[in-house]
Ligand binder design. Sequence first.
Ligand SMILES: C[S@@+](CC[C@H](N)C(=O)[O-])C[C@H]1O[C@@H](n2cnc3c(N)ncnc32)[C@H](O)[C@@H]1O
Length: 239
Amino acid sequence: MACYAEGEVTNIYGNQESAVMGEEEWTSRWEKRQIGFHRPTVDMDLVEHKEKFLKPNCRVFIPLCGKAVDIDFLADEGHDVVGTEFSETAIKDFFHEHSIKYERSQHPTAPYEIFKGTDKKITIYKGDFFEINSTILGKFDAVWDRASFGSVHPSLQLKYADVMNNLVNSDGKYLLSTFQWESSFSGPPFSISQDDIEAALGRYFNSVLLETYEVRGTALLKRTGVQSQLINVSLLTRK
Ligand SMILES: C[S@@+](CC[C@H](N)C(=O)[O-])C[C@H]1O[C@@H](n2cnc3c(N)ncnc32)[C@H](O)[C@@H]1O
């Protein structure tokens, strides 16, 4: 697998230390369009494995959604898609880039502004994922998680799993895509091992590794000094 970078490497956000990134840091990155994680096309692992975790016309949650084109793809497949995101820029970009009309409203009691598609079943809650719960969002049949669990600081992985436990139905399924590498590079994104998944999400979900493959030569890898990474795709089902 991967090799080690010589000397100091900065993460994709220009930091050398892996500090917890809060709302201010993330929204600032969006305003400067420092969004190397965004992909212009639908994730191929989602397309390949969608039948394994999606029931027809189900409620799907995308935890830290950015402006992922996967949101629109899942809505076009007939699902009711809900995301959480700190950045208003990301949310507005998403709706504009997909020509989807939306309405804005304030949640009556919780600190979230709601962006709701008027002609598509897409709703994005602007606010902190770590404060969300099923009283605000309802429960979900499915979760698509690309670069979300892997972007939270390791010190928050247990809390992240607690939120997901609260949101996912007792028969819900969860498709998780993570990066793994060996390097002195400090995230985000963070390298996620199967042990990391087990330690956090494994308290609530059984995890099966569906696929693992090596990627080389991406812009992210060039910037981080890492020569190759694994992409691991796991299917999580309720314990
Ligand atoms: C690495 S990106 C992943 C985006 C998306 N999953 C994708 O595939 O493009 C993480 C996103 O989560 C947002 N974010 C980070 N922490 C958050 C939090 N605690 N609550 C809500 N959004 C957050 C960031 O603004 C960023 O857009």
